[in-house]
Design a protein around this ligand. Structure first.
Ligand code: GDP
Length: 406
């Protein structure tokens, strides 16, 4: 019997706690697959008392799942090598032969592109954008190319393009890359379809979040890949028709790294408190994250566009102790209120005046195993506006600090 595959994606601007959500949920799956992004993503997982930092390896491998790195991922083999060092070596991982490689010069190109922009995107500078751009130019090198004739010619072509942009060419150590990757190279499409036909349970793990999607996010302050349901088929070859639950991860508040409009942003003492309590500093860059209230207009959009039917709400503990907690229920633009169908392009979002409604704060999240009544009221307001049920509430980094609402 086939079982549909499920997806976990971020409903905000990334850093929602997808690593924890996937680690928690993946105990019910046999295969966990990534399909977008590269080592710009940083997932922190606290598993059985140890902390792991993953960039492209699906965190489900810690629970014995087969980890698949799909065609839509861009791969830096040197950073992958670091990640692999955290593992015991017994984990099962397949890396798509179609995934594109991030060449060392792409990082320099990333910096150059950022320096040419008036409004900085605030990229992680890891060469992700150039890797996707070169792929679209059809100048890319794929994992499989490392093991085939013609690699030198491909690299020479790319070198010519890189140098024509006045960027230094750094020759990749392809022999070392081959050693690192050889044990894992495979065909993501085939592995995933076979698993599906065998009735194995597959979970897709997206990087970044809906609002960072290349097309449906707050362009141009977005990432260079497809960050939710739209990326599954493109980035793994898995038939999107076979998707079941779309699990969206959202914090009980909002954060954003880098530039771009952020209507619910707050400053001052409360923002500093949330930033400290929530350890809101980038996993990949260490940058302090911008902080704001949960934006229900944006959340509703993210739920709609991704098809999310279950929400994994994280970090409710971070807001514990605040007298009142804000929720952005609508935007005001030119005297008109919008709670729906808002255009999330950058220009439109900059003009927004956020309308805040206040909820009573909560102390401890659980009292004798029961959720605090004020937190419950907050969650009901979120569910009503988002149009999806909150199925899990996370109140700490560890896997046992999770409540499943049935
Ligand atoms: P991701 O990219 O979406 O996986 O998010 P990050 O890993 O960058 O950020 C999530 C951070 O929050 C990690 O350090 C997690 O361990 C931590 N975390 C996840 N859920 C919770 C929670 O419910 N409460 C607290 N306090 N921390 C959490």
């Amino acid at each position: 019997m086939h079982v549909s595959a499920d997806l976990v994606c971020g409903l905000q601007w990334g850093d929602e706690g997808k690593g924890k959500a996937v680690d928690y949920i993946s105990k019910n799956y046999d295969v966990v697959a990534r399909f977008n992004g590269g080592d710009n993503a940083g997932h922190t997982v606290v598993h059985q008392g140890s902390t792991y930092k993953f960039h492209v390896i699906p965190s489900g491998v810690l629970r014995g799942c087969l980890g698949v790195i799909g065609s839509g991922v861009v791969l830096n083999p040197s950073s992958l090598e670091e990640e692999l060092r955290q593992l015991s070596g017994d984990e099962k991982i397949v890396i798509s032969k179609r995934a594109h490689l991030i060449l060392p010069s792409y990082k320099l190109l990333d910096q150059k592109l950022e320096s040419l922009k008036g409004d900085k995107v605030g990229t992680t500078g890891r060469g992700i954008g150039p890797a996707y751009a070169f792929k679209a130019f059809r100048f890319g090198v794929r994992v499989g190319d490392l093991f085939q004739d013609g690699l030198e010619e491909k690299l020479s072509e790319i070198r010519r393009l890189v140098e024509s942009l006045n960027v230094e060419w750094i020759q990749p150590d392809v022999n070392h890359w081959k050693e690192v990757l050889a044990p894992y190279v495979g065909d993501d499409y085939k592995v995933l379809h076979e698993a599906y036909l065998e009735g194995r349970r597959i979970l897709f793990e997206a990087a970044q979040g809906v609002l960072l999607d290349l097309d449906f996010g707050t362009y141009p302050f977005v990432t260079s890949s497809y960050t939710f349901t739209n990326g599954v088929h493109a980035g793994s070859g898995f038939n999107a028709k076979e998707l079941g639950d779309i699990i969206g991860v959202s914090k009980a508040y909002t954060t954003r790294v880098g530039n771009g409009a952020f209507p619910s942003e707050i400053f001052g003492e409360t923002a500093d408190h949330i930033r400290e309590q929530g350890a809101e500093f980038g996993t990949t860059t260490g940058r302090p994250r911008r902080v704001g209230w949960l934006d229900l207009v944006a959340l509703r959009y993210a739920v709609r566009v991704s098809g999310c039917n279950k929400v994994f709400l994280t970090k409710v503990d971070v807001l514990s102790g605040l007298d009142k907690v804000g929720l952005i229920t609508s935007y005001e633009v030119d005297g008109q209120r919008y709670s729906d169908w808002f255009d999330f392009s950058q220009g439109a979002l900059e003009l927004v005046k956020p309308i805040v409604e206040w909820c009573n704060g909560w102390g401890s999240v659980l009292n004798e195993g029961k959720l605090n009544a004020n937190l419950l009221a907050f969650m009901e307001a979120v569910e009503g506006a988002a149009g999806a049920k909150i199925q899990w509430v996370s109140y700490g980094p560890s896997d046992h600090e999770t409540l499943c609402m049935l």
